[in-house]
Ligand binder design. Structure first.
Ligand SMILES: C[S@@+](CC[C@H](N)C(=O)[O-])C[C@H]1O[C@@H](n2cnc3c(N)ncnc32)[C@H](O)[C@@H]1O
Length: 322
């Protein structure tokens, strides 16, 4: 399997650490101010790739890992492709791409994309605004950490445009913040209005049962990048990437034939005195605490392996019969 690290090394060759650090810090300030990915430069694109790509790839891989793999290679349209997260994540998850189309408005990011995706010649790039540029036919649309940067009133026509081009499966990730979650709720409404069904993380299409002030998100632990250590200091050897996601599909999708998750674990399980409690979003559209006691031997054995983000393996009938 291809390894991203040497390609990142190649990309940052000749750029002093202090320049990368300054570029990443000023870019983070723009994001905090809600500017999105703007005012980029060659160095900022490299700093983005080095600091963020391992985490955005890990988040997308985690999402792909929740889905049954399609049997045949796919055509994929990547919206706001940045420096190449989606080709790396699809490859890391073992998905085959017949033809990939990466659309990105920022030329500095596209230049980095070109270097970083050399192992994936099946991908071609187009420079342009995803809200205006004509799309090719494709089966799957991906958007990794990008749809938060699109004006809200343009989202419905953007997703409708994908649908008109044959897209039957949408895989979207966003930062695991309240803002990212709110944007996913907007996207979820649009998908449902377009006639889509939701495969994950929600096991239902009813209103999201998260309580006011809380938000649905997940986490992936990964080793900290060199630039992260440089920028943030500290000794921790890992970072926890918090992400939110949504997978929506139409009847032509392979997901339509796949078994549906019966629930989703939406918090870290809590272990206390011989009992593990899981917060589960259920197929009936409610949040329910599920308690498994150590003495329920066969169930506890399965539960031990379950973590935040996993599908809940039992339906209500099976639960009461165990
Ligand atoms: C936070 S970055 C994410 C990049 C990449 N998908 C990833 O996961 O690492 C958001 C990307 O969306 C791109 N973007 C934002 N609005 C766009 C638009 N209207 N058309 C095309 N690309 C856009 C930005 O230029 C930027 O590269």
């Amino acid at each position: 399997m291809a390894d991203l690290a040497p390609w990142l090394e190649e990309l940052r060759k000749g750029i002093p650490d202090r320049e990368l650090r300054a570029a990443y810090i000023s870019m983070s300030e723009n994001w905090r101010e809600g500017d999105g990915t703007t005012k980029t430069s060659g160095v900022r694109a490299v700093a983005y790739a080095e600091a963020r790509m391992p985490a955005t790839v890990a988040a997308m891989e985690a999402v792909l890992g929740q889905l049954p793999q399609p049997k045949a290679p796919l055509s994929v349209l990547d919206l706001g492709a940045g420096t190449g997260t989606v080709p790396w994540a699809l490859s890391g998850a073992g998905w085959q791409v017949q033809q990939g189309y990466a659309i990105e408005k920022d030329l500095n990011f596209l230049e980095a994309f070109e270097t970083l995706t050399q192992p994936f010649p099946e991908w071609q790039m187009a420079a342009g605004d995803i809200c205006d540029i004509p799309f090719p036919q494709a089966e799957v649309a991906t958007a990794s950490y990008s749809l938060g940067e699109i004006p809200k009133d343009k989202l419905a026509s953007l997703l409708g445009k994908c649908r008109q081009k044959g897209v039957h499966t949408f895989i979207v990730t966003l930062p695991g913040t309240k803002v990212g979650y709110q944007r996913l709720l907007t996207l979820r409404d649009i998908f449902l209005q377009l006639g889509a069904d939701i495969y994950a993380p929600c096991p239902h299409i009813k209103a999201c049962p998260m309580q006011v002030g809380d938000w649905c998100h997940f986490s992936r632990r990964l080793p900290r990048t060199r630039l992260h250590r440089l920028v943030k200091g500290g000794d921790l050897g890992f970072e926890d990437e918090k992400f939110a996601y949504l997978v929506a599909f139409f009847p032509e999708s392979w997901l339509a034939q796949a078994p549906r998750p019966q629930g989703r674990i939406v918090k870290n399980p809590r272990v206390k005195k011989g009992e593990t409690t899981f917060e589960v979003c259920t197929a009936s559209g409610t949040l329910a605490p599920k308690r498994i006691q150590k003495r329920e031997k066969s169930k506890a054995k399965v539960a031990k392996k379950l973590s935040w983000g996993d599908p809940w393996p039992w339906n209500e009938e099976e639960e009461s019969s165990i």
